[in-house]
Design a protein around this ligand. Structure first.
Ligand code: NAD
Length: 277
């Protein structure tokens, strides 16, 4: 199932976190890897995003696994940039077989005080970015009659939450976008599936700003202080999961053998799915 010898996998937001875990896992299983990352902070995002050094480090890890890597600083919200990235991958590596639309940001504000900039940031990065990724890879996949598309939503793509109107709306959108793409692409040998993670141990959740939002009663909350709050969002008694747990599912959907699994949503959220209709 986990043999990707000779395949080409594109992962957005590949500089760190879950994206890096996916990139390295594909390389270790024989795939050449294409990654992009914005590698730049956003005024609307309350924690630092990845750096160009992070992007270079993922490329180094892919190459250390013996595979080729194209690593480009690009924003998924920029359609011409995504088209150019795919064109380069097709020219240098021959094709893109697998696309993992992983890039995303979290913005936080009560809806009544959310700025247009915050709303636009979440929708651009989390929803339009996924559309641009699918749109960029689809023509080549259709031509070759083969493709595996995996998108990343969230447990907040299946529920609402305080302070999370923009994030939640964008992640619900990813599910509708992916299911509709699965139908449009069904006749071309292309699958599209969604993963809906719970709390994953990456810089998106491990940052001082989010810690303070989760423990407003403390001046400088630590990882230990916020763990019980994160844990309450799951059903199983675990505050966060490791990126590799999401990677396992990405590899499953991306496998050639998963040809007839399409349009599905897989929650990996320590049992919180049991609470969602
Ligand atoms: P992360 O912040 O470590 O990684 C996200 C990466 O995406 C960063 O490297 C960032 O620079 C990049 N990025 C952000 N916007 C971009 C854009 N417009 N174009 C290109 N790159 C961009 O966080 P992560 O946990 O690895 O997040 C991966 C995905 O998982 C995201 O879509 C996120 O919404 C989703 N997710 C995360 C959690 C969690 O608890 N960490 C939970 C559910 C879903």
């Amino acid at each position: 199932m986990d043999d990707f010898d000779g395949k080409v996998a594109l992962i957005t937001g590949g500089a760190r976190g879950q994206g890096r875990s996916h990139a390295v896992a594909f390389a270790e299983r024989g795939a050449d890897v294409v990654i992009c990352d914005r590698s730049e902070d956003s005024a609307s995002v309350f924690y630092p995003l990845a750096t160009e050094e992070d992007l270079a480090e993922t490329a180094r890890l892919v190459e250390a696994a013996g595979r080729r890597c194209i690593a480009v600083k690009a924003d998924t919200a920029d359609r011409p940039a995504m088209d150019a990235l795919v064109a380069r991958a097709e020219s240098e590596f021959g094709r893109v077989d697998i696309a993992v639309a992983n890039a995303g940001v979290s913005v936080a504000s009560p809806v009544q005080s959310m700025t247009t900039a915050q709303w636009t940031e979440a929708i651009n990065s989390n929803l339009t970015g996924v559309f641009n990724t699918i749109g960029a890879v689809a023509p080549g996949m259709i031509e070759r009659r083969y493709g595996r598309i995996v998108t990343i939503s969230s447990m907040l793509g299946r529920a609402g939450s305080t302070n999370m109107a923009a994030y939640s709306a964008s992640k619900w959108g990813v599910i509708g976008l992916t299911k509709s793409s699965a139908l449009d692409l069904a006749q071309f040998g292309i699958t599209a599936n969604v993963i809906a993670p719970g709390n994953i141990s990456t810089p998106m959740i491990h940052n001082d700003a989010l810690y303070s939002m989760m423990r407003p009663d403390l001046e400088a909350p630590t990882r230990d202080d916020v763990a019980p709050v994160f844990e309450s969002l799951h059903a199983q008694p675990v505050p966060w999961l490791e990126p590799e747990e999401i990677t396992r599912a990405v590899l499953f959907f991306a496998a050639e053998a998963s040809a007839h699994i399409s349009g599905t949503v897989l929650p990996i959220d320590a049992g919180n799915a049991a609470r969602v209709t």
